[in-house]
Design a protein. Structure first.
Ligand code: SF4
Ligand code: FES
Length: 252
């Protein structure tokens, strides 16, 4: 472990000092080799990993790469592995770690860009195309006519699944995804369930089977629950995977 830029900043209030160890590697640079780098900083009240990383970046190391957009658990871009568990860095407080020692790694299973930055966007886009993640309807849209009424409990159930922020944490927690490159994961199966439940979508169970009725889809899941245990939006992923699986196995 290399500690080449460790630094303790001023600590007038007597707050504790924490130690953040970060995986550093740039796969685009042929000369670079993976290493850990440790930074020491003063923990301020309410500090999240987002705040800590921005502090490191702005006061110690301008070359450190990581992703953030919303800082509010909405965009899904700050996922990383925090002391062995995939989490959203902007929703993780440093004071959760009693010994003040935090190790950060990039999310596995996605293309590594640099340090803590990975490319989830292209993977999510490909998955969306694979599961045909859009309303399929032959009905012509007439904006002069009121939309069909949807029962509130159905609308609520669909909305609940729409809360996915595409953070990739369910994939990083999934053993099937590690073994099966093309597995669409809980995020993809959740997307299928969202459209299967939506009365606007006219697809039949057979049509969904064509998209997810194999080991890269609904039959690949081993029900190890890692996705649901770690999903930061608490989506009912296993229930919805089971919902789709029941539909698929009932087909002749
Ligand atoms: S299902 Fe949950 S863990 Fe998976 S991408 Fe969506 S929000 Fe993230
Ligand atoms: S920065 Fe958007 S979810 Fe963390």
């Amino acid at each position: 472990m290399i500690d080449k830029s460790a630094q303790i900043d001023k600590n007038p209030e007597g707050f504790r000092e924490i130690e953040i160890t970060v995986f550093r590697y740039n796969p685009q640079d042929k000369e670079d080799t993976p290493e850990y780098q440790t930074y020491r900083l003063v923990e301020t009240p309410g500090m999240t990993l987002y705040i800590a990383l921005i502090k490191i970046w702005s006061t110690m190391d301008h070359h450190l790469s990581f992703d953030f957009v919303c800082r509010a658990g909405i965009c899904g871009s700050c996922s990383m592995v925090v002391n062995g568990k995939p989490r959203l860095a902007c929703k993780t407080r440093t004071n959760e770690f009693e010994d003040g020692k935090i190790t950060l790694l990039p999310l596995p299973t996605f293309k590594h860009i640099k340090d803590l930055s990975v490319d989830t966007g292209n993977w999510m886009n490909e998955m969306s195309v694979k599961v045909e993640s859009w309303i399929h309807s032959k009905e012509e849209t007439d904006i002069a006519v009121l939309e069909k009424r949807v029962e509130p409990d159905v609308a609520q159930a669909v909305f609940d699944l729409d809360r996915c922020i595409e953070c990739g944490i369910c994939l990083a927690s999934c053993s099937t995804k590690i073994m099966r490159e093309d597995f669409v994961g809980a995020v993809g199966l959740n997307r299928s369930a969202r459209f299967a439940m939506d009365p606007h979508d006219e697809r039949t169970d057979e049509e969904f089977y064509e998209l997810i009725g194999d080991d890269n889809g609904v039959f690949g899941c081993m029900s190890l629950m890692g996705c649901e245990d770690h999903c930061p939006k608490d989506l009912p992923l296993q229930t919805k995977i089971a919902y789709m699986r029941r539909k698929m196995v009932s087909l002749k």
